[in-house]
Ligand binder design. Structure first.
Ligand SMILES: [Zn+2]
Length: 184
């Protein structure tokens, strides 16, 4: 899909394109960095359309409940204020990017950019109806974000080539679930 279709009422939602989720990071997703050039085109398109750009980030306190040291499934990743938690420096996030911070809770993890962040409120306040969603990982946080968006009644397009999965099987399953939920 060429990045030329955005219009009023659309928003670009970039999920967790952070160093730790890319090759060389603490919880790397194969080819996670390959989404960046595609997203940079979509950022241009959003800017041209005057559409807002949202960028979510996993932003864990030290010893977060999702970390192995605390009995969770993950190696420590995206610890607040570390290099690993930074957005990829080659991702051309514009001035005015709206950052959505999640994973800060002490009592449970938050995979969806909608989970306890108030994102729904912000989107509605700004008249957004259609989300173009992309980022990492397709079968974890992108999936959770897309399913929540559909439940809340937003139209959703998952940008082809702008997401990568933890595993190919997980990616296939996530694609199916997102399609069944009505995402394009
Ligand atoms: Zn996390």
């Amino acid at each position: 899909m060429t990045a030329t279709r955005m219009q009023a009422g659309d928003a670009l939602v970039i999920v967790d394109v952070q160093n730790d989720f890319c090759p060389g990071g603490a919880l790397p997703i194969a080819e996670g960095d390959r989404v960046v050039p595609v997203l940079n085109e979509w950022i241009e398109s959003a800017l041209a359309a005057g559409a807002p750009v949202y960028a979510s980030r996993d932003w864990h306190p030290k010893g977060h409940i999702s970390f192995k040291e605390s009995g969770g499934p993950c190696p420590p990743h995206c610890v607040q204020d570390t290099e690993g938690a930074q957005f990829r420096s080659d991702l051309n996030l514009p001035d005015g990017t709206i950052k959505v911070t999640k994973g800060t809770r002490f009592d449970r993890d938050q995979n969806s950019a909608f989970d306890g962040t108030g994102l729904e409120h912000h989107l509605r306040e700004h008249g957004i109806r259609h989300l173009y969603v992309c980022g990492l990982a397709q079968d974890v946080c992108v999936l959770a974000t897309v399913l929540d968006a559909r439940k809340l009644g937003f139209e959703v397009t998952v940008i082809p080539g702008a997401t990568r999965a933890v595993t190919p099987e997980g990616g296939a399953r996530a694609s199916k679930q997102m399609r069944e939920a009505g995402a394009l």
